[in-house]
Design a protein around this ligand. Sequence first.
Ligand code: BTN
Length: 264
Amino acid sequence: MDISGIDIQELTQELNGRWEIHHKEKVDSTNIWARTGASEGAPEFSLYLADEQSKGKGRTGRVWQSPAGTSVSMSLVLRPDIPMEKMPMLTLVMGLAAAVGMREAANLPVEIKWPNDAVVNGKKLCGILTEMGPAGEFVICGVGLNVNMDAFPEELADKATSLYLETGEKHSLAAVTAAVLNAFEKYYHAFVKNGDLAELQKDYEAILANKGRAVRILDPTGEYNGKALGIDKEGRLLVERSDSGQIEKIFTGEVSVRGIYGYV
Ligand code: BTN
């Protein structure tokens, strides 16, 4: 098992030739690299992987740390034949695939914090950044997997973890990547066929950490407490308000959801 960087031969074998794999030791950001590829015509299921990123992009303009050899940084080129407004749901599709894949690869009870964080013991194992092409002609789905890191910088230590920190064992980057991508393929096809998450809902809710839990909804128009019930087929979080008993449907991006007793 190669634990110093991803073993591309092992990955190629595990993926059975279904992805066009591009690999570099170091790039600025695999999302930037994949966007260039997609703009030049890279087909659906092109995969851009790097052992290290110097300018990994996180959500809301943050930097994503991708240390050499212990994490997976990859970006997928997708060309789903669905209306543009449905594309943000892909983030939930990948969130589910990352949680399911990491569960299988490391035999760990990984859960999802809505909408797309794979978490264990209340800490993040993965980050997902989905970006669209200028006219929705492609989607770049960027994924960072925390696999073999043995520590995190102080500011992340209470929020982030890795498979190694949780299991005490090093894992093959290729095997974890393949488990995530194989799960993704299955869920992606079901999503594109229906244009919604109806076929994924059961698997998603089975590992939804928020389900049945008290949550605080940080809505710019007013905060409230409630209980998370699950998701609908559009990926909205269903929350029963504590004050009125009314069921609210929470869109991603619109508000933040916090656990009352912690991050989840
Ligand atoms: C987050 O803030 O949670 C999202 C982080 C996304 C990080 C991944 S790593 C691979 C891909 N390339 C990037 O520059 N970002 C994404």
